[in-house]
Ligand binder design. Structure first.
Ligand SMILES: Nc1ncnc2c1ncn2[C@@H]1O[C@H](COP(=O)(O)OP(=O)(O)OP(=O)(O)O)[C@@H](O)[C@H]1O
Ligand SMILES: [Mg+2]
Length: 501
């Protein structure tokens, strides 16, 4: 049903209460109890046109001709062509919102990868309005809370938020104090502030404290959606940048698993199977066989591939620092803790955590690690609460954990928790037929790393390699090749490889 005069009304055939009206005004969003559709587009002549639900919304603050129900008005400033275009868009929009055939690919993608936004406002009306806006038009999952205190409680126990949007003036703790606390405790979480009393000074203060953006009321919905989207994208990019920086010293981490032997084919098959699920995997194998490589491939093929991959090597961190490195700490938790810091487990939130050389985890921390694995929650040193984290855990060890249990240096319950799916990465001597392919692959990789043209290895040298047992497995092979390439006298060919006697 479409009436074109004096105002524009459109009903959706699938939802009896969904009636849209549109008119030119500064627009404010409205929503009805059974239908939350609304849409706004700027007209080409600069006027703004609103489509809103017919049912008055309790969610708007203030009064005025464009705010008070009932939602009627006139479409005055739009040309007929603009109106037709608008009608067409609105019908499409109504269809989409009601699950119709017009849902685009873009929409589908947005739903799958929805980010969670924490929304804070002590005005229930505005809280609801902004929630509906962010959910319906932004496609976000929104956790709406009525105070800064509640926001901090939620953040303390749950990870996974992509951004915080908060009012400034609130009873109790205000938005600026919340901003300070968030910046200190969760420095990577972007925050947008909204205020009724915009002043240059408070804006400068907010930005100085690290707010992502500062918006004045009445909030322009387009602007808010734009800023939330930018905040989330920017922090994702920063995370990716950090991950790339972590890897630049280590180009081999971009690697692929080489080898066509049946044993490697089986390993590849296992990788794709375990990548699809979130189960804990224990990668077992001698030193240098490729356990970390396998862990990265599992992550890279998993639905978490766009989120962080964090590897913590339990051997490489000095004993007294392991706890703080893994679990993080609050400011003042111990001497030297001048600021709060989130641990590596929290860094991996949403992604995958590799506990490398887990057999070397200090015994006194094993119960805490077990608790994290069982509850999916971490407690920073000095924190009052645990925080829920969404992390897929992989563990790797070259040690025989059964004997570590017998020696009393590894907890049996932790072992069983980690060993949900054991995956054995075979030593090189179990698939010698892969040696030539591995040599080719590693030579190309090393030359790329050394920024040299790719060299070839003489058949004599390959034979010598085949006769060697490689106790250090692929890593030893790689080191041997690198040494020989660097020290080789001839250009373009490596004639000899100094095999350890
Ligand atoms: N099948 C393979 N194909 C290609 N490269 C491999 C393969 N296996 C191992 N590598 C390479 O060998 C090196 C050692 O692998 P990785 O660090 O994953 O082994 P690891 O089992 O974790 O070793 P460690 O026990 O010493 O920690 C890496 O450069 C890795 O890319
Ligand atoms: Mg390793």
């Amino acid at each position: 049903m479409v009436h074109e005069s004096p105002s524009l009304e459109i009903s959706c055939s699938r939802c009896p209460t969904f009636q849209l009206q549109c008119w030119c005004h500064h627009w404010r969003r409205s929503s009805g109890p059974s239908c939350t559709a609304a849409c706004m587009r700027p007209g080409s002549d600069g006027c703004r046109t609103r489509l809103a639900c017919h049912v008055p919304s309790p969610g708007l603050r203030g009064a005025g001709p464009d705010r008070a129900p009932p939602w009627t008005g006139e479409l005055r400033e739009c040309s007929r062509i603009q109106m037709e275009r608008l009608l067409h868009e609105t019908r499409e929009m109504a269809d989409r919102l009601h699950g119709g055939a017009h849902a685009t690919k873009e929409e589908g993608r947005r739903v799958q990868t929805r980010s969670t936004v924490l929304l804070v406002d002590d005005d229930p009306g505005l809280l609801r309005t902004l929630q509906v806006l962010l959910e319906d038009e932004g496609g976000y999952v929104v956790e709406a809370v009525p105070s800064a205190e509640t926001a901090l409680q939620i953040l303390a126990v749950r990870g996974g938020f992509a951004a915080v949007v908060s009012d400034v003036a609130m009873a109790g703790m205000d938005g600026i104090a919340l901003l300070r606390a968030v910046r200190e405790r969760y420095p990577r979480l972007p925050m947008i502030l909204i205020t009724a009393y915009a002043s240059v000074r408070s804006a400068v203060e907010a930005m100085r404290l690290g707010a992502f953006q500062y918006l004045a009321k009445p909030v322009d919905p387009d602007e808010l959606l734009l800023q939330v989207d930018r905040a989330i994208r920017t922090s994702r990019l920063e995370n990716e940048h950090r991950a790339l920086k972590d890897r630049t010293g280590n180009p081999e981490l971009f690697d692929t698993l080489v080898g066509g032997s049946p044993i490697m084919e089986r390993l590849r098959d296992t990788i794709s199977k375990v990548a699809a699920v979130d189960s804990t995997v224990l990668l077992r194998g001698e030193t240098g066989v490729g356990k970390e490589l396998v862990a990265r491939l599992i992550h890279a093929r998993s639905p978490r591939r766009d989120r962080p991959f964090v590897a913590v090597n339990c051997t490489a961190i000095p004993g007294e620092l392991v706890e703080s490195e893994l679990f993080g700490h609050e400011k003042g938790a111990f001497t030297g803790a001048v600021r709060a810091r989130c641990g590596r487990i929290e860094d991996a939130d949403g992604g995958t955590l590799l506990l490398d050389e887990v057999g070397d985890m200090p015994v006194h921390l094993q119960p805490k690690l077990l608790r994290f694995l069982q509850e999916g929650a971490v407690q920073r040193i000095g924190a009052k609460h645990e925080r829920r984290i969404d992390v897929r855990v992989l563990a790797a060890t070259h040690r025989d954990l059964e004997s570590a249990i017998a020696e009393g240096v590894f907890r049996e319950d932790l072992y069983h928790r980690l060993n949900t799916i054991p995956v054995d990465v075979p030593p090189l001597r179990d698939h010698p037929e892969d040696l030539p392919e591995l040599v080719d692959h590693l030579v190309a990789k090393i030359c790329r790393r050394l920024r040299r043209p790719v060299v070839s290895i003489s058949p004599r040298a390959v034979e010598a390699l085949a006769a060697y047992s490689f106790p250090g497995n692929v890593r030893e092979l790689e080191n041997l090749l690198e040494r020989s390439i660097v020290l080789s006298r001839a250009e373009g060919t490596v004639e000899e490889i100094a095999i350890p006697s």
